[in-house]
Design a protein around this ligand. Structure first.
Ligand SMILES: [Zn+2]
Length: 378
């Protein structure tokens, strides 16, 4: 009797609209899981059609607003939530009310997941690497890393001397709009040379309050639902150009974290601007040093000692800003994000960020005539 009574309650709370939404959510999940097995390249078709359409519609409407779409989305979400709660108390009571809340919660989460795929997530099925180089697993030798670190140290010193003539931490900074515009201009030129679509005008926003992302161990995030990239306003300003270029690469449709680091790096080099280039080389230097630390700790400390005082102060400033916003859940984000990446076909999980050094290596040895390779690596 109780079961029959509950079934009647359940029927009362699930209407036709909910039924259609449920079918759409389930169809999306099935489509995503079967994509490897279907004969045609759905992800590529999606990239060149619906994704571009979404990009253009957003970039030339909400993208023109001076505030992040995320703030508008939060207001809309809270309003919907308020209306649902108000309606549910008006329509239901007792068991029906609990069922209604539970059902709407499950459906709401399902809709968010389905929206994630239709606004961006299907792009996980596109192999990013083949666009810029032929990917193969390489083990960078200790000698190569040491040579690269020494060469990058010289570049950092040369660029820094163009920006500031003392060894205090870098004072010069640009407005974030200028950083965003320079990045977009350079990144679109690179993506066009790879025959990758750039119809939209990807926005990357500086997210307030400062430290909001850093407290979850992130310096930036691309949110597919709002179709915009974000960097944490609490980051040391020298990190802004590289981090923003990384998030912009997500916005143009790349999903692989290491590849977005690589795109961010070459984007900043292509800007022909010392501030952007310094930001990119500094990020690359830190990934190289992590590689070296894993291979030979003594060599790592030797290299660190040989770093000039000015660059050392900038790296210290990066950590000083990170320390201002300690993690809410140390390690939790790493575990969750690692599992998320692996479940979306990124075998290396969170380690994929650091594969940027391998990607730069593959790109430069496979493209010796590339203008950027000639200019920055010869
Ligand atoms: Zn990313």
């Amino acid at each position: 009797m109780l079961i029959i009574h509950d079934m009647r309650n359940l029927q009362k709370v699930i209407n036709k609209f909910d039924f259609c939404l449920t079918v759409w959510v389930l169809a999306t999940l099935v489509l995503n899981s079967l994509m490897h097995y279907i004969a045609f390249d759905f992800a590529s078709i999606y990239l060149h059609s619906l994704f571009q359409f979404i990009r253009v519609v957003h970039d030339y409407t909400l993208g023109l607003f001076p505030i992040p779409s995320l703030y508008i989305a939060i207001v809309v979400l809270i309003s919907i939530l308020y209306l649902y709660i108000k309606r549910s108390f008006y329509l239901f009571s007792g068991v029906s009310l609990y069922l209604y809340f539970f059902w709407k919660l499950i459906l709401g989460l399902g809709v968010m997941v389905a929206l994630f795929y239709w606004t961006w997530g299907f792009l996980y099925h596109i192999d990013n690497h083949r666009i810029a180089y032929q990917y193969e697993k390489v083990q960078l030798s200790e000698q190569y890393i040491c040579d690269e670190v020494q060469s990058v140290q010289l570049k950092l010193d040369a660029l820094r001397s163009q920006l500031q003539d003392d060894t205090l931490k870098l004072q010069q900074s640009y407005s974030f709009k200028k950083i965003e515009d320079s990045n977009r201009l350079a990144q679109e030129v690179i993506l066009k040379s790879w025959a990758w679509p750039t119809i939209g005008k990807v926005r990357v926003r500086k997210l307030q309050p400062s430290g909001f992302l850093m407290r979850f161990s992130a310096s930036g995030i691309y949110i597919p639902h709002t179709i915009e990239g974000h960097i944490d306003a609490g980051l040391y300003h020298v990190q802004h150009p590289f981090t923003a270029a990384h998030e912009m690469a997500h916005g143009y449709g790349f999903t692989d974290e290491g590849f977005c680091n690589f795109v961010g790096f070459v984007t900043c080099l292509a800007t022909e601007d010392a501030y952007h280039q310094y930001s990119a080389w500094l990020a690359y230097y830190r990934y190289l040093m992590n590689d070296l630390y894993r291979q030979n700790k003594m060599a790592y400390y030797d290299m660190r000692r040989s770093l000039s005082i000015g660059v050392r102060k900038d790296i210290a400033a990066i950590y000083e800003h990170i320390d201002r916003y300690p993690d809410f859940f140390p390690k939790a984000r790493e575990v969750v994000y690692d599992q998320y990446l692996k479940s979306h076909g990124v075998k290396e999980g969170i380690v994929s960020y650091s594969l940027m050094t391998e990607m730069v290596y593959l790109w430069k040895i496979q493209n010796p005539r590339n203008q950027l390779v000639i200019k920055h690596f010869d």
